[in-house]
Design a protein around this ligand. Structure first.
Ligand SMILES: [Cu+2]
Length: 360
């Protein structure tokens, strides 16, 4: 069977199974689905994936693949990136390197889509994972993220909060319920190697031996989870408002990344080190669930008006706003964590270009 037909078959099966739970964000996703399915039926696509809730067994497979990636050697030039010890670190280093050109810019959404997808691909191709990238729906767990299946510290979670220590605010949210080293769940022994670059956690993590943050600086993973930001800015109603109130991509991506937007709320709900470091945040393995949700929110926004929300671009090419405007022909190059350089225009649809995945 061709990959395209397999993709269509899987998409059809998922419709039959009706996996979505009742929730206002899911309602929007369902509303936009026919247009997406029509495109799926037309397109020559490769591979397939469904991103949705994982069973306990699937979560264990996902976690095992992440741990596997953390155990494989880096492919980066060690003279430039001596702190990148593992394949997992390669992803972190690529993000650090490009941070100033991928946030608050026109490529924010497409860059992180390709980045998260490349991570999923690495889990599959390099670590034998046969599932998909899960997402963290902030709204569902807004009142108590610490007790969500993602952060409850169980062996099917992404590990729990950090140990409770006396500490101050990170400048974005008040001191939460942790602040210290993560001591529960599958990643309790995980070592953060790179950074910090711009640490906002209190107490500050030890300085990196190199000013660019690429030196070797092994330390524990720290988190400071609380519901302060999720209850204010990332409830289901906030996600619905973001999707429905902002009808052009510029205002949509700006609101998403604003101080009261879902992107910062997600990051600073994890907080800690490297979670509260803008450059180094992919160093926390929960980053990928957060950015899969960012991608899902973009996807749901896109399919509300499918034909008019793919080949659209707005914004500049640097975080500080200088430089030329971004165009759909600008390139996205992920160095050693992806095998191809794409134009933004090839990365705007989840069912075109290199992608073929649907969110449930
Ligand atoms: Cu980022």
């Amino acid at each position: 069977m061709s990959l395209r037909r397999l993709c269509l078959l899987i998409a059809a099966l998922l419709c039959v199974l009706g996996l979505s739970a009742a929730d206002a964000v899911n309602d929007l996703a369902a509303k936009g689905r026919p247009a997406l399915d029509a495109q799926l039926a037309k397109d020559q696509t490769n591979g397939r994936a469904l991103r949705g809730n994982l069973s306990a067994a699937d979560r264990k497979n996902y976690i095992a693949a992440v741990l596997c990636l953390m155990g494989k050697p880096s492919k980066l030039d060690q003279s430039k990136y001596p702190g990148a010890k593992t394949r997992y670190d390669d992803f972190v280093a690529v993000h650090i390197n490009q941070t100033l050109y991928i946030h608050g810019t026109g490529n924010f959404l497409s860059w992180h889509r390709y980045f998260t997808w490349s991570y999923e691909l690495a889990l599959r191709n390099e670590c034998g994972y046969n599932g998909t990238q899960p997402y963290w729906d902030w709204g569902v767990w807004a009142n108590d993220p610490e007790r969500s299946p993602i952060f409850d510290g169980s062996d099917t979670s992404m590990s729990g909060n950090g140990q409770k220590i006396t500490h101050k605010s990170n400048g974005i949210s008040p001191a939460g319920n942790g602040g210290g080293c993560v001591q529960t769940g599958p990643f309790k022994n995980f070592t953060v190697n790179l950074g910090p670059v711009v640490p906002m956690a209190d107490p500050a993590p030890p300085k990196n031996p190199r000013s660019d943050g690429f030196g070797y600086n092994p330390r524990c993973l720290r988190r400071d989870i609380s519901n302060y930001l999720t209850t204010r800015y990332a409830k289901t109603s906030d996600i619905v408002a973001l999707i429905t109130n902002y009808t052009d991509v510029g205002s949509f991506q700006t609101k998403m990344q604003a101080g009261d937007g879902v992107h910062g709320a997600g990051h600073f709900t994890i907080a800690g080190d490297p979670g509260a470091d803008f450059f180094n945040s992919p160093g926390d393995p929960a980053f990928w669930l957060l950015h899969s949700m960012i991608d899902r929110v973009w996807y749901i926004w896109q399919i509300q008006n499918f034909s008019n929300r793919q080949l659209v671009i707005s914004g500049g090419t640097t975080m500080m706003g200088s430089g030329p405007a971004q165009t759909l022909d600008d390139l996205i190059d992920l160095n050693v964590v992806a095998n191809k350089v794409y134009k933004i225009r090839d990365l705007v649809s989840t069912v075109d270009g290199p992608f073929c995945y649907v969110y449930e």
